[in-house]
Design a protein around this ligand. Structure first.
Ligand code: GUN
Ligand code: FE
Length: 450
């Protein structure tokens, strides 16, 4: 990477939840560590001199009229479920886990298989503009390290968890941690080895303490994992209150709500990311907001497995951090474009309701809509906040991750773009209608990865 680079282009970002800005023909100055050190508008006094110096030094990347978006953050994706994307979407969650998902995940003990699937997935995600991903790997330690290595080498920012799952009542004999002690010890080894390999990954590869979800873990494991997260100050991820079954099962086992159980085991906090969370009540939401726990909203997956729609608007108002997740393969699409569209669509159906035999006034949940600008924030800065990293916006001090889109690609020319000159319309068109054919380049931490 050269010492300093300068990028010129039309940059879209979300400076605040619900707001978008177009930085037309701006310059981004990026240092050798991949951090944005200046954001210059064409009227800035030093614009011309910075531009000329970069041209002379050969460090200018000029994207012309192409459109640049922040890299997307996928807060929740099961890498081993990639081969299953698009199938097995017709069973309830517990049946799907037992019959489809656990048998597939068990295959990753074969490290050659793991290497080939993970290499394909990481390249695919980068090509879709996903520059940061928060992964569940599998129960197997070595295969989980394979995922961390693949992402590290591909230049993707990755937060990776070896999945802990030892409860014999909820996991198959050939796919579970041998004991609670083994689940905790393997997680500790995973933390240490991932931190080791992260030393050669400037974009960041981080270990995540990962109890699969409360039902699949013994109490001793949940306790041990909470202690490990505290000892090593790691990220934490799990599933919380995803659907009726999980929510009820936790209530029966502990006599408490899912969020409370996680909190009591030390598994919430500002580095914790919980998937789904559809059934959080007001006190759960307050617990999340107070502890800084973020929600990975997975709207496509939720349409199949969650028995409900996440009330994004209500939870944002309660002060909870939210970003987006694909939840491959509970969700079929690895694209955050698809997921942000579904977040908007689901929120509209929540607002209006779906059963036309009910009176209009009783059909939906008023004020639940989110806009495309809000969904864009969730996919970018919302994700950055959830992982506590300065990313998702084009601002000084932020990490330089972005994707460059060409709306005039012959394979997918966005219709009528010039008829709608307003930045919000242009961005909406991009988000709704762009396909992978429009994503020309992807950069992570100042380095080109596509
Ligand atoms: N809950 C526990 N494991 C899983 C999983 O793999 N996918 C989803 N969607 N929910 C889960
Ligand atoms: Fe999941």
């Amino acid at each position: 990477m050269p010492k300093q680079q300068v990028f010129r282009g039309n940059f879209f970002h979300a400076p605040k939840y619900g707001e978008i800005a177009l930085l037309a023909q701006y310059l981004l100055v990026v240092d050798e560590a991949g951090i944005i050190t200046a954001v210059l508008s064409p009227t800035a006094p030093n614009y011309v001199s910075v531009l000329a110096a970069a041209k002379t030094a050969g460090t200018l990347h000029d994207f012309g009229e192409q459109l640049v978006l922040p890299g997307f953050v996928d807060l929740h994706i099961h890498a081993p479920q990639w081969p299953q994307a698009g199938v097995a979407l017709d069973a309830p969650l517990n049946v799907w886990l037992d019959q489809c998902t656990f048998p597939l995940e068990a295959k990753y003990r074969d490290l050659a298989f793991a290497q080939s699937v993970y290499t394909d997935l990481v390249a695919h995600l980068l090509s879709l503009g996903t520059t940061t991903a928060v992964y569940f790997a599998t129960q197997d330690l070595a295969a989980s390290l394979t995922l961390a290595k693949v992402a590290a080498q591909a230049g993707q920012r990755a937060l990776v968890g070896k999945v802990a799952m030892d409860n014999p009542d909820q996991t198959p004999q050939d796919y579970r941690d041998r004991s609670s002690a083994a689940a905790v010890a393997d997680t500790e080894t995973f933390i240490l080895e991932t931190r080791q390999l992260a030393q050669d990954a400037p974009q960041g590869v981080y270990p995540v303490v990962t109890p699969r979800f409360v039902p699949s873990c013994s109490s001793a494991t949940l306790k041990g994992l909470g202690e490990l997260a505290d000892k090593y100050h790691t990220y934490i991820q799990s599933h919380c209150s995803e659907g009726e079954w999980e929510h009820h099962a936790v209530q029966v086992r502990f006599g408490r709500r899912d969020a409370e159980v996680l909190a009591n085991f030390g598994l919430l906090g500002h580095k914790a990311i919980m998937a789904h969370c559809n059934f959080l009540n007001e006190s759960d939401a307050a617990l999340f907001a107070k502890s800084g726990t973020a929600i990975a909203h997975c709207p496509i997956s939720n349409a199949y497995f969650a028995n409900g729609v996440l009330p994004v608007h209500r939870l944002k108002q309660a002060g909870v951090e939210i970003g987006l997740g694909s939840d491959i393969s509970g969700g079929f699409s690895p694209s955050l474009y698809d997921n942000l569209k579904q977040a908007v669509i689901s929120s509209r159906m929540l607002t209006d309701g779906v059963d036309v035999t009910r009176p209009v006034a009783e059909r939906g949940v008023a004020n639940s809509r989110i806009s495309v600008a809000q969904a864009f924030y969730l996919a970018t800065r919302g994700g950055g906040k959830a992982v506590n990293l300065p990313l998702g916006q084009f601002k000084v001090g932020q990490i330089c991750d972005f994707q460059v889109l060409d709306p005039k690609q012959p394979a997918n020319q966005l219709p009528g773009l010039n008829l709608f000159p307003q930045p919000l319309d242009q961005l909406a068109k991009l988000l709704y209608l762009a396909t992978p054919a429009n994503i020309m380049q992807v950069w992570v931490q100042g380095s080109r990865v596509k």
